[in-house]
Design a binder for this molecule. Structure first.
Ligand SMILES: *Cc1c(COP(=O)(O)O)cnc(C)c1O
Length: 425
């Protein structure tokens, strides 16, 4: 078998430079909490392929469902010759997402595609053009979703011009806004929307209930409910982008549930199908069904293998109670991170929910971001065999996204490596 070094040479000659990788080791196989590279080295997985493999990389039910479906048929295109598993995924999403109102779903391939379609639906149903997005938002890499995304490097740099009628307002960021109350932060955002865009022009507010790539930012209590109330009063649509936060990741099926929110539309992907590409828009039947037949779709959307994987993934989440597992991870990891923060003043903030946790690294006693230290800690983790990711507008957030099936000893081994990386730098 080729070594990582050999594969890296081939990759450099064959793969476009614009596609980066966090590590230069190449994967041979992976389970629920560890990856093994082609050189036989084991990595503890605190990334889950960016919050995707919550049930593990080779969950038995998912493997079996994929194999069985591949033998029956790989593709017919739901828009040409439909099949049951697509319907079953939509039924499951309609009951699993917050709210007992009547809902419909449509399936796509990637998170960005789901976001694009949620915007299409909101604009079509309301007859309005404007979309409100937030500082630190991340919604994808397609043209419309780049426009929604806040951060220039690496996502947007020299890729414009971007889609129009997108307006950005401040979000609640307790570590950086002086602990402004959620309601006040929302009132400020609403004031800007009303003065600069006009309530009657707004088709939708789109927001991640906990911002992901932007820095695992948990808004202050009351921020999201105040925005929802405003959309209800003005006829705008509230879209919760739960692509990263969904499917037990934050300790509930969806992060919107922490404050009892019922979004009008909800976008999902990542954790939905155990690593197979699948995404969805789920929401109010009147909005979803406003679009004419043929207005939504795509060749691969709701591919039968991905749908089989999603049903097996969701069943696994129920059987293993992975929402409870995420809450256990939260308790275990937060205890150790808070402990670490007491001894290391460069850890300015410890935050997150469930198995979506992070530390923000700053110059001690200030809010000044320290991306160099963040990168150094991450590199030290990688050298010691822990796969960690960074994020944040300022590149100074270390985030932890273990698979929800990780066992206790692997989790602690990973935290030991992190601790040594911070302590021994
Ligand atoms: C990852 C992500 C997306 C984009 O999903 P892709 O599948 O990469 O297109 C959109 N929104 C959020 C919140 C995400 O975390």
């Amino acid at each position: 078998m080729a070594s990582s070094e050999e594969l890296h040479k081939r990759r450099t000659a064959a793969v476009a430079r614009g596609v980066g990788s966090v590590i230069a080791s190449y994967v041979d196989h992976a389970g629920g909490g560890t990856l093994t590279d082609v050189d036989g080295r084991e990595w503890i997985d605190f990334a889950s392929g960016i919050a995707v493999t919550s049930v593990g990389n080779a969950a038995p039910r998912v493997v079996e469902a994929v194999q069985r479906q591949a033998e029956r048929f790989t593709h017919t295109c739901f828009m040409v010759a439909p099949y049951e598993s697509y319907i079953a995924v939509c039924e499951t999403l309609n009951t699993l997402t917050p709210g007992d109102n009547e809902k419909r779903s449509a399936l796509f391939n990637s998170g960005a595609e789901a976001v694009e379609n949620a915007i299409k639906i909101a604009r079509h149903a309301t007859g309005r053009p404007a979309i409100i997005t937030f500082d630190h938002a991340y919604h994808g890499r397609t043209n419309l979703t780049m426009a929604l995304t806040a951060k220039n490097m690496p996502y947007k740099h020299r890729f414009g011009p971007f889609a129009g009628e997108i307006y950005r307002v401040p979000v609640s960021y307790p570590f950086r806004d002086g602990g402004l109350a959620g309601g006040q932060a929302a009132a400020h955002a609403v004031d800007l929307i009303e003065k600069q865009v006009g309530a009657d022009n707004v088709a939708a507010i789109i927001i991640e209930p906990i911002q992901g790539e932007g820095g695992f930012i948990v808004p202050a209590d009351g921020f999201l409910p105040t925005l929802v109330t405003w959309t209800r009063a003005t006829g705008a649509t509230f879209i919760a982008d739960e692509i990263q936060t969904g499917f037990c990741r934050t300790g509930t099926w969806f992060a919107s549930q922490h404050e009892g929110l019922v979004p009008d539309l909800i976008t999902t992907a990542k954790g939905i199908a155990g690593g197979l590409p699948l995404a969805a828009v789920t929401g109010r039947a009147d909005l979803m069904d406003a679009v004419h037949t043929g207005g939504l779709g795509g060749t691969y959307g709701g591919n039968p293998i991905a749908c089989a994987a999603a049903l097996a993934t969701i069943q696994t989440m129920h059987e293993l109670d992975l929402c409870a597992a995420a809450r256990w991870i939260e308790a275990t990891v937060l205890r150790r991170l808070h402990d670490l923060a007491v001894r290391h003043p460069e850890i300015g903030d410890v935050r997150g929910r469930g198995a979506m946790l992070a530390i923000e690294i700053v110059a001690p006693g200030t809010l000044t971001p320290d991306p160099a230290t963040t990168a150094a800690v991450s590199a030290a983790c990688h050298r010691a065999g822990l796969l960690t990711l960074t994020c944040g507008t300022y590149g100074n957030v270390l985030r932890f996204l273990p698979p929800l099936v990780i066992d206790e000893s692997t989790l602690h081994r990973g935290l030991d490596i992190l601790e040594a990386a911070i302590t021994g730098r």
